[in-house]
Design a binder for this molecule. Sequence first.
Ligand code: MN
Length: 679
Amino acid sequence: MERDLIITMSTPLIKPDQLEYLINQFKKELTHFSEEEQEQIISAFRWAQDLHSHQKRASGEPYIIHPLHVARILIEMQLDAKAVTAGLLHDILEDTDVSRQELKDRFGPDVLHLVNGVTKINIVNVKNKTVQERETIRKMILAMDKDIRVILIKLADKRHNMHTLQFMPVEKQKRIARECLEIYAPLAGKLGIYSVKTELEDLSLKFLKPEVYDEIKFFLSQKKAERAEFLEKVQEEITSAALKEEIKVKVKTRAKHFYSIYQKMKNKGKELNEIYDFLGIRILCKTQTQCYTLLGLVHHLYKPLRGRFKDYIAMPKENGYMSLHTTVMTPSGKPLEVQIRTHKMDNTAEFGVAAHWAYKEGKNELDSFNANLLKKLRDINSEESTDFMNSLKDDVLTDTIFVFTPNGDTFELPRGSTAIDFAYHIHSDIGDHCLSAKADDMIIPLNKPLRNTQTVSIQTSANAHPHLNWLRFVKTNRARSKVRAWLNKHDNDVVIDRHIVAKKTSAPPPPQQQKQESEEKPVQNKMMDTSKIGVSIDKERNIMIHLAGCCNPTPGDRIIGFISRGRGIIVHRDDCSNLKGINDFDERKIDVEWENYSDKATQRFKVNARYVADLFSEIEGAIRKYSGHLISGSINETDRGDLEGFFTVEMNRPDDYKKIAKSIRTIPSVLNIQKMNQF
Ligand code: MN
């Protein structure tokens, strides 16, 4: 967890008149917001100052200067008032004692959501990670929130922190710079926000390799005048050539950013003065066709270098980046990198995902860009932008969730994974002794699917061990095979093989009770009715399960097993006609079921009851008692004045129905309960 170095002081650091001055300056930057929005932003500013008033940054500045900078960056990125408000408040949950509820009460659920999202990213442990783990972290941060503003606020936070990194101890500078280079810069790139990506890369280089950074800086400043003259000439030549073709262009000249020069030095093993092509120009025009015409013009003016042409218009990068790239040799003998793109493509490259909303309506005039972006960001949670984010995250999101350990380590798990999967993912000993689990500090059932970004902790006990029913809800193969292995080794009552569980049944109940029970249950589930048999599985543990060749049971079929002589357990479909031919079938029958029986089972049933007012809630209560979920239910009065109700219940496993039915039967007004066919 990376924290800004905070020093707590005994007295507030800003005098009231200084504060008013700051606020007045800040107000001038908010004029494009509505009056109401301005008020909200200023009130967030005052509150943040209040909460951080005794804290200062490592730089010695009052803490409020940091969130203020973050808010300014967000304003510069044309984000909406809620994002700016959240930018001002982005550190309060982590660094002050304020509660989430209070934040919500003051600024509403959206701002709370944004601040919460940024706080969540902050707890991700990014220290000392392998390449693979860093990839996971980047994917996870992308996956953490549907609302892209959360990531934009985090990037703004990162930008300002990187600008003030010199106040940190050197060791910390290096670590934070490395994390920035490996996680946040690529993240900005992934979102296509190249302006932020290059800035973060250059700042990282500054702290990671200060001597290289200074060398490049000195070298470039030395030749500044010469370079400017050269670029001006090129600019002129291209502009006039384009005008002859009646194409209006805008030519931007630029020096390559430091980090890419450094990479060139490193990758090609060259000294700075051996590298010529750190000069580049960007030609902006209106249409795609013009791009290709301009490419022809440039190649006509200067000789293109072989193998340096890239067409990202025909084949855009996955983040939406489009441009033509070429490198040419100028008459002065200096190579020049040329990018050719439309204004629209250029904005996509600068603003990345944010630009997407601005151009969705097909306007590509620069002037309308800001207003448009603003409008789009205001309804950033619209379906359309969510769709866009979804498609952006498609490769990482659909099937996985990311969860944390309490110390911020990140795990990627298949969607639907439970605390058991998580426990086995950490270590098989933790899985084998998993007792209970907490997600975000709340105890959760072990069978409950985890949600994205939850912080999960596992409580273990020496006496706890895997249970058969874990197999019904574990999602990962790792957990499944561990549970299966444990049970096969330690539980003498079960054999698990080929995804089938064969269970030794409990001793038959006394005859009287047995009779009574079958009377009470008009419809019985044949497969589950184990009361009559008492076959025990041999002590030997290497018993095998075979699927009968005659009826070929497939997962989901109702099945029944019997213990064969010398061939282990044979499993048939329960309607297989061959079963009738087995003489001593009843004695050798054994309970079998599919190991990963669909994690939810549904059952329809009918209830007859005497007239009472609260039957519905009584039944609902009985269902909930066994973690069942009432999918549908209706109760009608019969001609006799009784009640007749039909219900469909969803349960964690088919077996639960017995308990639910038993519990409903104990409701005094209930006369009868009966299983129904599904539909
Ligand atoms: Mn911060």
